[in-house]
Design a protein around this ligand. Structure first.
Ligand SMILES: [Zn+2]
Length: 129
């Protein structure tokens, strides 16, 4: 009755017709690829590019964008108007990132871009105050 261990082509040992260790690894890899694909597809639906941001920053930004779309005020998110251009609004996304919006007279608040605090300083702050 004793089941005999065999060595598979991959070099692993085990019972059955195929290597369960390699099968599990394959399945995990497939799930991960699916997860990444779903993430990429979701990024295409965002009103601005978020793919360059860490995942948690993307989630936070989406929450803000959703809130703004639902009619919440940018000040609810501690956003402020830039002094050199009152139509530009900067909203902090945590400590290290900023969401830039433009206050359009016809369309209201229009998201422009989300960027790191460093990029933000270079593009929106330095030499402009
Ligand atoms: Zn194997």
């Amino acid at each position: 009755m004793g089941r005999r261990k065999k060595t598979f082509d991959c070099g692993h040992q085990g019972y059955g017709r195929y290597c369960h260790r390699c099968r599990q690894k394959e399945e995990a890899r497939a799930r991960e690829a699916e997860r990444r694909q779903a993430w990429r597809e979701r990024l295409r639906d965002d009103p601005i590019e978020l793919g360059h941001l860490p995942r948690r920053v993307v989630e936070k930004t989406r929450a803000i964008l959703e809130g703004l779309r639902d009619g919440r005020d940018y000040t609810d998110y501690h956003g402020k108007r830039m002094h050199y251009d009152r139509t530009v609004i900067s909203i902090p996304i945590g400590r290290s990132y900023r969401l830039i919006c433009r206050d359009d007279p016809e369309r209201g608040l229009v998201p422009v871009e989300a960027l790191s605090h460093e990029a933000y300083n270079t593009r929106y702050v330095k030499g402009r105050t």
